[in-house]
Design a binder for this molecule. Structure first.
Ligand code: FAD
Length: 476
């Protein structure tokens, strides 16, 4: 595309949505062109900021006419470079959904909320709360990420064990197709067996099949009480047994079960000294668990005490501490949420967001730790994650005092191969909740079967024959 063609596209967008919402000044566009981890910086002929689904559709029709590719963007908190354009310049435009930020409807009887794609996740939670309901999707980026981004990455977070990931929380979608038509699939139905499930195709597609402009999301009753605790355990295998025990005792009341290795919490304490290691003695693994009870605080605590008594008596759990108030609950969650921040403070590291069947977690950690120790003696493992979902953030940090940059240059591809081969052997996924974006595009093609890749490519070309929807993401 030459610069005259790109100027024509920009002029047409100005007519469609107004000059104030078509950004071309480098100072204005810069925040949209680099991803959250600062791994990728792209360029775009413009950043377009429509405020309605009809405006999004008009822009996509213009993109078809002028052959400009569209990179949808929500809060730009994605961790795999999915919302960042490539470096070719004039051929791509970023389409920011943030001005589509209205809550269209709350239906307490149907337990649904209908929101536009650019509504910030924390605002969806707040709006649900004001209707005495719970919107249970929860992740550390919730103050910035948008519901459209959550849907497009099928985000997970800390409530998946009880409520499922974003896909399981969605009943209907409104989508602008790659041809610029507006599909109204905003159905608030729990049952709808009327052919292929188009909704589920757009969820997790990372903007490669169309642009989500609104969604009907499920709401849940608010729990009457929450009890949060930290439990110390001798191994990841013990944590798995403890998960079974907790599920037996608490059933659906168990809403959180997060695993953190001893090293993770020492790293947090090193870089955030106000956050103390929570036990007097060191323990190999620490689990943060949470019960959400619909009856009362007393009921939750009684159930919790029975469960912990059994776990302590059987030697499964070595020690435990229960939050006595809201501040302590927050402090426990802060420990968990500061692990990635402490890791960043410690220096560059190699991250993996993998999933294996829950029963394989202990074996996966043991086997893969040994392979990594053999390949890079002294490498430090920062292993934490949503154990109840079989999802680990399995990260490798340079040896103590080592040069992190040099370690990364030397070991990044070896570590990726060790971890992903191991994940594959355990029939796992190389991307549990962050998606593929541009970061994992080659690995995804390598570990998926040829049949799966061919079917995905067939779908992509059927939906988007001109390859205008976020090209170069998910599939090459
Ligand atoms: P963006 O980053 O803007 O976009 C993500 C992808 O979706 C891109 O491919 C983009 O093109 C596409 N997209 C965005 N909006 C639309 C739309 N309306 N229509 C079509 N495509 C669209 N993720 C988890 O799953 N669990 C976690 O626990 C978690 N914790 C995190 C903690 C931190 C501190 C950070 C920074 C990120 C974390 N993430 C986590 C990753 C990230 O927050 C999620 O992927 C989130 O869902 C992205 O939302 P977003 O609005 O920022 O999307």
């Amino acid at each position: 595309m030459n610069s005259a063609a790109s100027s024509n596209f920009i002029a047409a967008c100005v007519d469609a949505i107004g000059a104030a919402h078509v950004l071309t000044d480098p100072h204005d566009t810069a925040p949209y062109l680099t991803d959250w981890r600062r791994r990728y910086t792209g360029s775009a002929c413009a950043v377009l900021c429509p405020s309605t689904a009809e405006e999004v559709a008009a822009i996509v029709r213009l993109a078809n006419e002028h052959r400009v590719a569209i990179v949808p963007q929500g809060g730009n908190t994605g961790l795999v470079g999915g919302a960042t354009p490539d470096t070719s310049g004039a051929q791509q435009a970023v389409l920011s959904l943030r001005r589509l930020n209205r809550v269209r409807d709350v239906d307490p009887h149907n337990n649904t909320i209908t929101v536009e794609a650019g509504v910030i996740l924390a605002d969806v939670q707040a709006r649900a709360e004001s209707a005495a309901r719970l919107f249970p999707l929860s992740l550390a980026a919730q103050g910035s990420c948008t519901i459209g981004g959550n849907l497009s990455t099928n985000a997970g977070g800390t409530g998946v064990l009880r409520y499922g990931n974003t896909r399981e929380l969605c009943l209907g979608l409104e989508v602008v197709t790659p041809q610029g038509e507006l599909w109204d699939g905003l159905r608030g139905l729990r049952k709808d067996n009327t052919g292929y499930d188009l909704r589920d195709l757009f969820i997790g597609a990372e903007g490669t099949l169309g642009i989500i402009t609104a969604a009907v999301m499920k709401l849940h009753p608010q729990p009457a009480a929450r009890v949060t605790a930290l439990a110390a355990l001798p191994s990841a295998h013990a944590a798995l047994d403890f998960l079974s025990l907790a599920q037996r005792h608490a059933g659906p009341l168990l809403t959180g079960f997060e695993l953190m290795s001893d090293f993770c919490l020492r790293l947090v304490n090193r870089h955030f000294p106000q956050m103390r290691y929570p036990f007097a003695e060191p323990h190999a693994q620490i689990v943060l668990l949470e019960l959400s009870d619909s009856e009362s605080e007393e009921h939750a605590r009684a159930l919790f005490e029975r469960m912990m008594e059994t776990a302590l008596e059987s030697g499964l759990v070595e020690d435990a501490v229960v939050a006595e108030n809201l501040a302590q609950t927050q402090a426990f969650w802060n420990l968990r949420e500061h692990i990635p921040l402490a890791q960043a403070e410690e220096g560059l590291n190699i991250k993996h967001d993998i999933a294996v069947p829950i029963s394989r977690i202990g074996h996966f950690i043991e086997e893969t730790d040994a392979l990594i120790a053999e390949a890079a003696p002294g490498a430090r493992m920062v292993t934490f994650g949503h154990l109840g979902d079989g999802n680990l953030h399995y990260n490798v940090q340079a040896p103590e005092g080592g040069d992190a940059k040099q370690f990364l240059a030397q070991y990044q591809s070896t570590m990726n191969q060790i971890v992903y081969d191991s994940t594959h052997r355990h029939r796992g996924s190389i991307s549990a909740e962050h998606g593929i974006g541009q970061l994992k595009i080659d690995e995804s093609a390598h570990y998926k079967s040829d049949i799966e890749v061919r079917l995905m490519k067939t779908l992509k070309s059927a939906f988007d024959p001109l390859n205008l929807m976020n090209p170069g993401k998910v599939l090459r």
